[in-house]
Design a protein around this ligand. Sequence first.
Ligand code: C2E
Ligand code: MG
Ligand code: MG
Length: 676
Amino acid sequence: MIATLGSNDLACCSALLDAVLGLEGLALHESLGQIASRLLKRPGGRYVVEPLTLHPQLTQEVMHNGIVFGHYSFQHDTAWTDAEHALLASFAALTGRLLQNRAETERRSHSLDQIESKLEQQAQILNQMHESVITMDQAGFITSWNRGAEQLFGYSALEVIGRNVLFLYENEDEEDSLSDVFLFQGGREMEVRRRKKSGEAFWASLSLSVMTDQHGQPIGMIGYLNDITERKNAEKLIHHLAYYDSLTGLPNRTLLTRTVDEALLAAQHGNLYGCIMFIDLNRFKPINDTLGHVAGDMLLVEVAIRLRKALREDDVVARLGADEFAIALFDIDKDYQAGFIAQKLISLFDEPFFIEGHELRVGASIGISMYPQDARDTETLLRLADIAMYRAKQGGENNEGGYAYYSEEMNRNTLDLLRIETGLLHAFEFNELLLHYQPKVELAGGLITGAEALVRWQHPERGLLLPGDFIPIAEETGLIVQLSDWVLEAVCAQARQWKLAGLAPVRIAINITAREFTRSLPDRVGAALSRHQLTGDWLELEITESMLMTSTDRIISIMEKVCQLGVTISLDDFGTGYSSLSYLKRFPINTLKIDRSFTMGIPDDTNDCAIASAIIGIAKQLKHKVIAEGVENQAQLDFLKAAGCTEMQGYLFSRPIPADNFQLLLTEGRKFIAGV
Ligand code: C2E
Ligand code: MG
Ligand code: MG
């Protein structure tokens, strides 16, 4: 066609190009028909998609590479020359080629649009994810950084793209070269530490996966990160709650058991000795009862600090509950070393504790069980150390504390103690409790001024038990409250009988524990007196010094109410407690009782002599009466008398005796002459 191209042909080709590039649909079809007419100089030329069949038509397919786009169609009325046929065929071929070209261009630009919008969508998805998504090349250089990453780390994409991810690590040296592991495994998940722009380090969960090119070759990594600091903290908290004592921060029993189990396992392979020490504080209960739980807690914290400081880092110090601690030592060579350490721990309590302005003294009793001699498992070692502690407690005179190694024989005793606990419950029911009375004697005239009621338990199998055998257990189990009620009631009932027998009032002293020393005490005492129609001069309360640790109004007001009933108060075991004497005068106390432990040392122990004399002096100054208890021999009596003590109680005069015997002493009006 090009060889025969005239100016009309050229114009038509140009028009064809314009039409194909500029028009679409029917407008294009119409224009194509007109151009064909103009080219062939024949009217009625049309471009149609389907060939017309109604009238005889001259039709020329418009196609390219086998694809038919449409047809040029002319009415076949006059004859067509070969040249005309050839021209139409060439024109149709050109049209086909142009239409094909146009379709291809459209297809291409359409798919580019699609790709672009897909990319846009993906970018949006990435940016709207809370998770931070980071891509990097195989060397760890960051190639993309979504908005989640911006928010999490505080860096914008601009600041980080091109940098190596290592700068986000909390500690660059600690991390392994992640690409190796990562490529080998094809992806992994882990919990890692990362650092924000602000400098703050945090926990993140990181999952890494391989990024590949279209041929499946690795080209980098995609990292998904989530901040899991909160979860980690919660985990930590739960772990802490499960394994640590919340008050002192020391390991609890569970963690102790676990740690010791592990140590024992290791010890099996070596020739190691180990030991567990069970520590129980002395005098903690009265402090807690009188000063309150807050002060009690503060004291426990201080004790924990002292214990922890005194031991090495590898030694385990745990709190088992209340005032009980345990220590596990696993680097001792000889068993006697445990005793040295126990002694050292006990001496930690020599210095008083200062809590809320109070100077408090507590002691510690320590029981020791040895590995492997005593037992080979933690639970048993703990149990045996507990038993030994109990023995240490009983042995420790005046609560100054002590330690004891576990022995077989202790185990048997402990079983006895357990039996006592259950037996005591029945003692009330079966009337197995009784009172003995120990006279208090006025030296000058040898007359009985009163008596101390001391409880005994007529045990069905074991005979008469003394308070030392069951009072500590009653205190521990809470049965002491019931026991005290029983004693108050029994003393009043007995006094009522003596009153009915015509005897003049004689003060019967009952021992009151810290636990009972509450606001309800005066009412309970008052009610018991009136129930038995007694005046207050039949009764005395013996309280221990530890109850006076505070000069609080509460204690004073309880005491004053007791005094208003006509009941007197004496201070038992005086000299063994806290002894800040300055506050003594604030309390409405009638009598100081010199503790038996001092009387015992008289006259040989100069210390005891000095203390007893001092107590007598203080009592005089404060205008309190003073009585010495536990007077067993003439030498003690002589010394105390010379020191100015006028009243005494002890075996030298009488042991505690049954009510009938005591009544006999009263009715006979028997005089205890010194030396008798
Ligand atoms: P406590 O109040 O210091 O009682 C004095 C203890 O010393 C009594 O022991 C008494 O029998 C003993 N004793 C008295 N004179 C002598 C003596 O010359 N030599 C010797 N070696 N001992 C003497 P007991 O009866 O065994 O009572 C022990 C402790 O049990 C009492 O010490 C008291 O704290 C407590 N207790 C006794 N009865 C009761 C009670 O009904 N309620 C409470 N809460 N505690 C009680
Ligand atoms: Mg007493
Ligand atoms: Mg006493």
